[in-house]
Design a binder for this molecule. Structure first.
Ligand SMILES: [Zn+2]
Length: 569
């Protein structure tokens, strides 16, 4: 298969995604390398693409580079995030092939690690028309009795839509103007107009009388299985696993990041809302205020022009004010690994529908009827979107008798954009990820020497960070000792000996300009210099003539070296 850039033209299947990634790496081995960093429950490979220029023009080993992490598909239904990852890869590769000077420079000194799909089993199941599921195909616990409605495609149209039947105990009524909108029943509504509504499906272990929901077949939420503040968790019938990292997918992802210490910032793609989620996730946050501010400033820069909002998860994006959101991957990146990590919620169906959803997370518990009406008007109203709408059709249910089946193609309206709007959404995802990519620490080491007489030289090393982020990523990583401090090591070639100065020097960490922007250089009326700064200096007295070599390493900044020939002038 030859490789062609992905331009946002439709939702690919998992086999197509795999083949596309392999074709990319085969077509451009000088730019892309694929590792399999783990296996899903059902044996699908978890593919990690490393994008980096290598060779004579880019000699820094990839392992020594500060880097950006991008992933998608933690949640199986959030296809747009996966597609936006492929779109982003395509933009980078096309730019590199065209010789874009900024990209060529960045990818010569840095790397991007890209994991297109974290839950490939669930992704493909949904692509094949399975009922909605959150993440992976983790089966129900052994011995668990599941009684009640199991969503399933009954009428054979390849989709699981909604099913309704009239009953005076029903909690819904038909909206007066929008046929697919089954609004909440009010006390004044006629009981003869009441309906039950649920997913299309059949009743497991049915006793012939009771209409109730079964527990979910695949109830795992992979984005509650990560270590940050993990505790046993239940919401919307889903759980976060038995213990943190109980799932092969989450374990593989954490191990992959830990094995690449140069990763300095990260974006994990989700849908929907049109929002970049930033810290804190709870109160009090383990992160200092400086880190919260730094992450918010970068998020605001990243979303400029996209129409996306920046939301602090606590308190702006909590589903239930009484329940902390625990075990989240982006939170784990930030508050466990010390790497600024963002959840990007792509696609804003509310904006597409021309309505405002002020509290998008609360919406799941307390849906606003006006917002719902807007969504239904947009996606199933007088000018519905293509094949996304199935009007109610009579159906003879094997257990319930006459029912009606119909609904929205949820996966291509609310959860993800209709296909004609997908490319624009991928473009927004690219814009955000590409800006966060550019925040990594950017290091350079310069060596100076001065002849002192008597065969002695003063050798001075100046290590400098011109990136947005500090060399530790977050200050939290520095204060908790999560990342090694920067150090310099002097190595002298034949003919040179060290007179003074230690062979290795501890430099601590260096500010980035983003760190300064939220500290002393925050204000345009009260400008000031940072208390620490972006440069460190080490000095040695060296005797003789020969080549001195200095190697630096540490933090999220990577490693590097410089050399200087010392000789009498
Ligand atoms: Zn999600």
């Amino acid at each position: 298969m030859s490789w062609t850039p992905y331009v946002g033209n439709g939702y690919l299947s998992w086999p197509e995604i795999r083949a596309w990634c392999r074709a990319l790496a085969e077509a451009h081995p000088e730019l892309v390398h694929i590792d399999v960093v783990g296996e899903s429950r059902h044996g699908n490979p978890l593919l990690l693409l490393t994008v980096a220029r290598q060779g004579d023009a880019a000699p820094t080993p990839v392992a020594d580079r500060s880097a950006f992490w991008l992933d998608g598909g933690t949640h199986a239904a959030e296809w747009t995030g996966v597609m936006s990852v492929l779109f982003t890869l395509s933009r980078w590769i096309e730019g590199l092939l065209a010789g874009d000077p900024d990209l060529v420079d960045w990818f010569s000194h840095h790397a991007a690690y890209v994991l297109p799909c974290m839950s490939p089993d669930g992704y493909q199941a949904l692509h094949d028309g399975a009922p909605y599921l959150r993440s992976t195909l983790r089966p129900p616990p052994e011995g668990q009795l599941r009684i009640g409605l199991e969503p399933r495609d009954l009428d054979g149209d390849g989709r699981v839509l909604w099913m309704r039947w009239r009953h005076p105990a029903g909690p819904y009524v038909q909206d007066e103007t929008l046929p697919l909108f089954m609004r909440n029943r009010r006390i004044d509504d006629d009981p003869a107009e009441a309906w039950f509504v649920c997913s299309e499906g059949e009743l497991l272990e049915w006793d012939g009388h009771r209409w109730m929901a079964a527990t979910l077949r695949h109830g795992l939420d992979l984005n509650r299985n990560f270590p940050a503040a993990w505790q046993p968790f239940q919401m919307f019938g889903m759980d976060g696993g038995e213990v943190p990292l109980s799932e092969p997918e989450s374990r593989a992802v954490v191990d992959a990041v830990r094995a690449r210490p140069g990763i300095a910032c990260a974006v994990t793609n989700h849908t929907y809302t049109g929002a970049m989620l930033t810290q804190p996730y709870r109160s009090p946050s383990p992160l200092p205020a400086a880190d919260l501010d730094l992450m918010e400033v970068l998020a605001r820069d990243a979303v400029r022009g996209t129409g996306y909002r920046v939301m602090r998860v606590h308190p702006e994006f909590v589903y239930d004010p009484k329940q902390d959101i625990v075990g989240v991957w982006a939170d784990t990146l930030s508050t466990v690994l010390g790497i600024p990590g963002y959840t990007l919620e792509l696609w804003d169906p509310f904006a597409a529908a021309g309505v405002e959803n002020v509290h998008p997370a609360e919406f799941f518990h307390l849906p606003d009827e006006a917002v719902l009406r807007g969504l239904f008007t947009r996606f199933s109203g007088p000018q519905p979107v293509g094949p996304s709408v199935s009007p109610w059709q009579p159906f003879e249910h094997p257990q319930l008798g006459p029912v009606e089946i119909g609904g929205l193609d949820y996966m291509r309206t609310v959860r993800n954009p209709p296909e004609d709007l997908l490319a624009a959404e991928c473009e927004r995802g690219f814009t955000v990820a590409d800006r966060v990519r550019r925040a990594v620490p950017r290091m350079s080491l310069r060596l100076h020497s001065q002849e002192l007489g008597g065969g002695n030289h003063e050798l001075t090393a100046v290590l400098e960070n011109t990136g947005f982020l500090s060399t530790s990523g977050l200050a939290f990583a520095e204060s908790r000792g999560i990342v090694p401090r920067l150090s310099l090591r002097l190595a002298l070639g034949p003919g040179l000996e060290r007179v003074s100065g230690p062979p290795s020097v501890d430099l601590g960490h260096l500010d980035g300009w983003g760190t300064m922007r939220v500290a002393g250089s925050r204000h345009s009326l009260y400008p000031d210099l940072p208390s620490r700064g972006h440069r460190a200096v080490a000095r040695w007295i060296v005797h003789g003539q020969g080549t001195a070599r200095v190697r630096w390493q540490g933090g999220r900044a990577g490693a590097g070296e410089a050399e200087r020939v010392l000789a009498p002038t």
